[in-house]
Design a protein around this ligand. Structure first.
Ligand code: SF4
Length: 242
């Protein structure tokens, strides 16, 4: 279902949010997934050319834009999301008209009712007006969400709702001073700061002993818990630099 179709809060260009009710994602478990996509641009091209600013803002894991005809994606992209799989399937389905547009608080709330919700399966929730998420989460069992847009003008950044994605230890320490919780990708388990961060229990290093569906820890400062760290993983792990 299309739960938002309008301008990005980051650059005003057209974006959409597609919510899908079924998910076989091994790490998250069965959660409502939300894809934040450039409305009119193939997500691979958007990333390659840097047009994904509309949905990812200045997240450094987008990589470096390029017009190299031999490449499908930006150079050195370190994002864990594989654009060529679920993201592309959802965008193509949207282009075919496969999704209904859902509007109004009650209708959006019904999608998340009684479910765990993942804010930004791809894309940054802060690119979208937060009232969309407030409606979606209003009757949900819980949620996870992450944002790189803490300092970006126009972003509807809600640390009470999402984890601040921290790229450095200093950034994490600054966020903690503000009462924010962070999600930090680290090179090694030994980089985790004892007393402030814990290892994501869904990580390979933690034995993948739980899924987000049951863990529920990544819900920003709405939960009083330590921040989270995870060693680099997923599609872009080989381009991760500490
Ligand atoms: S800490 Fe919990 S909610 Fe956050 S990513 Fe890991 S398993 Fe998912």
């Amino acid at each position: 279902m299309i739960i938002y179709n309008g301008p990005s809060l980051l650059d005003g260009k057209p974006i959409v949010v597609i919510a899908t009710k079924k998910s076989g994602n091994a790490k998250t478990g069965d959660m409502v997934q939300t894809y934040i996509l450039c409305r009119d641009i193939d997500p691979r091209d958007a990333n390659k050319r840097g047009d994904d600013y509309s949905i990812c803002g200045n997240c450094k894991h987008r990589g470096t834009a390029t017009d190299d005809p031999t490449r499908k994606l930006a150079k050195n992209r370190s994002c864990y999301v594989n654009i060529g799989q679920g993201v592309l399937i959802v965008w193509k389905a949207f282009q075919r008209g496969a999704y209904d547009a859902i509007t109004g608080h009650d209708n959006i709330a019904a999608i998340g009712a009684g479910r765990m919700v993942r804010l930004g399966t791809y894309g940054d929730p802060s690119a979208v007006p937060a009232w969309i998420w407030e409606s979606l989460l209003s009757q949900a069992d819980g949620w996870t969400g992450y944002s790189h847009q803490a300092d970006v003008a126009g972003a509807d950044y809600r640390p009470d709702m999402v984890m601040r994605s921290a790229d450095t230890e200093q950034e994490a320490r600054d966020a903690w001073q503000n009462g924010e919780r962070t999600f930090r990708v680290v090179a090694n388990v030994s980089d985790i700061i004892a007393g402030r961060e814990i290892l994501c229990p869904a990580s390979k290093e933690a034995g993948q002993r739980v899924q987000c569906h049951d863990c529920k820890l990544c819900a920003g400062s709405s939960i009083a818990a330590k921040s989270i760290a995870i060693p680099a993983h997923g599609a872009g792990a080989t381009h991760f630099t500490a």
